[in-house]
Write a protein that binds this ligand. Structure first.
Ligand code: ADP
Length: 309
């Protein structure tokens, strides 16, 4: 085997009640990558199409995470990486995680899978460190493992895969303005009052329970963010209107995806998801701000190897 072509999915992190720990893997949005063995040792990024990201290996998250991986395995050949970047960087749907994860999963595959998917997370996190200055696995974990994940700990890595309720769909609106994760972190308070914190973790516990119970009513009550959203929503035009219209159309919770500007809504069934999607479009068409919307299933398996050659 000389090369692989793969699909590396976009992800929704935080999900309102799980800041830095919850993430959900999307089916219909993601990057494509091709990774081939090269005679020369090292990592080479030879093609980037779609969105603009750096060619320099040390500045591209795919390069940084692949280097970390080959440093630990030391194969006597190298790898060429081609990226078809469909997820805009800074969109809030895990653009950097998709590249980091795709790179390490592809190289691991070409080496005969010495690592289990979960064991690749620390390497992919090297890329996240480059993108936003901190090692959060809330996008990386669902992109590698699929489904809905809870990051219990990053040191050591401990990820819990949560059940996916029947008929759960995700709707995303991506206003085409850039909010850097690092900047979106700066608007947050450094400390939070205990009462607010206890309400927040009560919601997270209830959300996890709702997934196990397939309980949409409880899920709806628990997708609440009393800490991050009040600060970050100010950076997103029409956020309150999006939330209101999602709620009016039977959303199972609407909030900021990752650090924004994308906004997500969960829905019970495709029909409701499409109605919410159309209502999001109507709101944004009036703003003149360019945007994209997506309706997606939950991706149960994460990165997909499409072909090996
Ligand atoms: P997102 O939440 O969408 O991943 P971030 O703000 O966390 O966005 O990360 C994007 C940052 O990472 C940008 O500064 C971008 O230039 C940088 N970056 C480097 N390599 C890549 C890559 N392969 N894919 C996406 N972003 C990358």
């Amino acid at each position: 085997m000389n090369g692989v072509r793969l699909f590396s999915p976009a992800t929704i992190s935080n999900l309102s009640c799980g800041f830095d720990v919850l993430g959900l893997c999307l089916e219909t949005i993601g990057d494509y990558m091709e990774i081939t063995k090269s005679k020369k040792k090292g990592i080479y990024i030879t093609s980037i199409i779609g969105e603009k990201v750096p060619y320099e290996v040390k500045k591209n998250v795919a390069g940084v995470s692949s280097e970390a991986l080959i440093d630990s395995l030391n194969p006597d050949f190298g790898f060429e990486i081609k990226i078809d970047k469909k997820i805009k960087p800074g969109s809030g749907i895990g653009s950097s995680a998709a590249s980091s994860v795709g790179a390490v999963v592809g190289i691991n595959h070409l080496l005969g899978n010495p690592f289990k998917p979960e064991e690749l997370i620390p390497y992919a996190l090297e890329g996240e460190k480059l993108a936003c200055g901190s090692e959060h696995a809330d996008n990386v974990a669902p992109a590698i493992l699929g489904g809905i994940t809870l990051v219990r700990s990053t040191k050591p890595i401990d990820i819990i895969k949560l059940p996916i309720p029947k008929n759960l769909k995700a709707v995303i609106i991506h206003p085409k303005i850039e909010i850097k994760t690092a900047d979106a972190r700066k608007v947050l308070d450094k400390s939070i009052p205990l009462e607010k914190a206890s309400q927040y973790w009560a919601n997270l516990g209830a959300f996890v329970s709702s997934l196990y119970e397939n309980n949409y009513e409880l899920m709806k009550k628990s997708i609440v963010d009393n800490i991050i959203e009040p600060k970050r929503s100010q950076l997103i035009p029409m956020f309150d209107s999006l939330k209101q219209i999602a709620n009016d159309n039977d959303s199972i919770g609407c909030g900021i995806s990752g650090s924004g500007p994308s906004v997500f809504s969960l829905a019970n069934g495709l029909k409701t998801a499409k109605i919410i999607n159309n209502s999001f479009k109507k709101i944004y068409e009036e703003t003149g701000i360019p945007f994209e919307t997506y309706v997606s299933d939950i991706n149960k398996s994460g990165v997909k190897i499409l072909s090996a050659f």
